[in-house]
Design a binder for this molecule. Structure first.
Ligand SMILES: CC(C)(COP(=O)(O)OP(=O)(O)OC[C@H]1O[C@@H](n2cnc3c(N)ncnc32)[C@H](O)[C@@H]1OP(=O)(O)O)[C@@H](O)C(=O)NCCC(=O)NCCS
Length: 195
C-alpha cells in the first residue's frame, strides 16, 4: 500500500470513494464528499495533508486534515477519513492517520482535532480534547471530541476550536450550517457505530 498526496486527477475517484465509505456507514447523510470538494477550494486546505492510500492500482482510502485554530493557535482538523468498504479493517485508516500525523509534525503543527469514535481514535494518540482544555464549537459528548498532541513540548492551548468556514459552523455562514452540523452529527454518530 502506498500513501501519497492527492493529485488533481484523483479528485473524481476520491469523490466516489468518500461517498462509498460513508454510504456504508449506518448514519451517513451523503454530504461528506461535497465537504471534501468545498474544503479543497478554501483557505484551510493543505495539499500535503490530503492523502490517499493506493492499493492494487486504485485509491482505497483518503484522509483530509485542514487548518483550524484555537485562540489564534493553528491546529489541524482531521475530517473526513474514508476507506472503501471492501478495504476496511485492513489498516488503511491507521496508515493514513499515521502518515498525516508525521507530515503535520514536519509542518510544525502541535495538535490535530477529531470528532469521532473514542475507541478508534484513541488507538492513534487521541485523547478527549478537554484534557488539553480544547473545546468543541458544538455540543457533543466529551469523549467523542478528541485531540492528539503531535509533538512533545507542544504548548498547552485552551479554548474553542474554530473550524474552516466550509464546515459551516461559523456564525457568518448560516446558510451552510445545516449541512455541516449534520456532518458533525454524522461524524459523531457514524463513529459510534464502529465502537
Ligand atoms: C472508520 C474507518 C475510516 C476506519 O478505517 P479502517 O481502514 O477500516 O480502519 P483500520 O483497519 O485502520 O482499523 C481497524 C480497527 O478499527 C475498527 N474498525 C474500523 N472499521 C470498522 C468497521 N467498519 N466496523 C467495526 N470496526 C471497525 C476496528 O476496531 C478495527 O480493529 P479490528 O479489525 O482489530 O477489530 C472506515 O471504517 C470508514 O471509512 N468508515 C466509514 C466512514 C467513517 O465512519 N469515517 C470516520 C468518520 S469519523
Amino acid at each position: 500500500m502506498l500513501i501519497r498526496e492527492e493529485k488533481e486527477k484523483d479528485y473524481p475517484e476520491i469523490y466516489e470513494l468518500v461517498r462509498a465509505a460513508f454510504g456504508s456507514a449506518e448514519h451517513a447523510d451523503g454530504n461528506e464528499q461535497d465537504l471534501v470538494t468545498a474544503l479543497r477550494k478554501g483557505a484551510a486546505y493543505i495539499p500535503a495533508l490530503s492523502l490517499v492510500a493506493e492499493a492494487e492500482g486504485r485509491i482505497v482510502g483518503h484522509v483530509l486534515f485542514t487548518k483550524a485554530e484555537v485562540q489564534g493557535h493553528p491546529v489541524l482538523a482531521l475530517a473526513p477519513l474514508s476507506v472503501l468498504p471492501e478495504y476496511q479493517r485492513r489498516g488503511v485508516g491507521t496508515a493514513l492517520i499515521a502518515a498525516g500525523h508525521r507530515i503535520a509534525g514536519q509542518l510544525g503543527y502541535d495538535y490535530a482535532i477529531v470528532l469521532g469514535s473514542n475507541a478508534y481514535y484513541s488507538r492513534h494518540g487521541y485523547v478527549p480534547a478537554d484534557e488539553y482544555g480544547i473545546r468543541p464549537p458544538f455540543e457533543v459528548p466529551k469523549e467523542n471530541f478528541m485531540a492528539c498532541k503531535l509533538r512533545e513540548g507542544a504548548p498547552r492551548i485552551t479554548g474553542v476550536v474554530r473550524y474552516a468556514k466550509e464546515f459551516g459552523l461559523d456564525k457568518y455562514a448560516p446558510e451552510r450550517k445545516k449541512t455541516v452540523c449534520s456532518y458533525a452529527l454524522l461524524a459523531a454518530t457514524a463513529c459510534f457505530c464502529i465502537q
